[in-house]
Design a protein around this ligand. Sequence first.
Ligand SMILES: C[S@@+](CC[C@H](N)C(=O)[O-])C[C@H]1O[C@@H](n2cnc3c(N)ncnc32)[C@H](O)[C@@H]1O
Length: 322
Amino acid sequence: MQYQPLPRLDIVSDDTANIRNYLLPFCRLKPGDIWYDPEGRHLVACGDAVDTAFIRKLFPDSPAELAIQDPPYNLAVFAKRSVSEFIHWCRKWVYNSFDILSDNAAFYVWLGADQNNHFQPLPQFMAMMAETPFKSRSFITMRNQRGYGTQKNWMAVRQELLYYEKGKPPFTVQYTDIPKILRGYYRMVRGKRTENIERSLAPTIRPGNVWVDVQQVFYRMEENVNGCYAQKPLKAIERIIQASSAEGATVTDFFAHAGTTLIACERTGRKCVTFDIDPLFAEITIRRLEQYRATGKAGWQRSNPFEKELRNYHGYILEQSA
Ligand SMILES: C[S@@+](CC[C@H](N)C(=O)[O-])C[C@H]1O[C@@H](n2cnc3c(N)ncnc32)[C@H](O)[C@@H]1O
């Protein structure tokens, strides 16, 4: 079987510039365009998270009940920004999110860091959020199983996820698959000495605000989308959706990329309104939904979203799998 990876499509290097240019004509959306799901549930667009007029067009009738935002941080394709420029830019899409959220809505933001370039915007981001009408509710750390820089530094295994509220959104307690194992908290119940596990409502633990049970996406997983470099695990996004929205609710994501929020909405019975500034990622997002509906597969583990088109592209080298 042939393994057909794609390089990171966001970085315009000598290797990828040609592939990007070759693939762009196959993308259905150009900036400002909207794709309406033929099954009438979701909406995918191509546009800029700081463009208020464009975003309002995506929510003509009803607002969203949940926003899950995963902004890029100083990636090569976008002009490198200082932390203060980054925060200034964030403030704009944060207010755009506030604008299209219902009166009682949840707002989640994944916030990365680039330690090598001294880019650690978390404290400044939190300070900026304190000046907005959102109310801070939690600061979650998702622990990755794999890390970077193991030899000369502490291995980087954390991903930060901030949770805010607008009004009073719903919250449904979630559980992991991890069995409760801590014993020893005894209490007398109706004359009988009971142990904490006997008294608890569920046999497994709650994720709390440190998630240790989510595998980050890598090439061996079915949900992997080759060509995407920053895809979040479906399990994490589904957990957020199930905790913070009701079935049938509208969920939005301004930074679609691999379309993870869209697939999570499809699988959990929510409506998704999502977009990306890059036509390639907007197209990948649509194709991922189409492939999920056609095959039940959440990604392209051994292939990629543009497999058919790339068969005719001579600069693309197919690698033999191990
Ligand atoms: C970190 S990725 C999001 C990953 C996503 N959560 C997933 O699981 O696939 C960030 C995405 O934001 C897009 N992006 C960058 N600047 C943007 C902007 N101003 N408006 C909308 N999308 C933007 C990039 O093209 C990239 O695909």
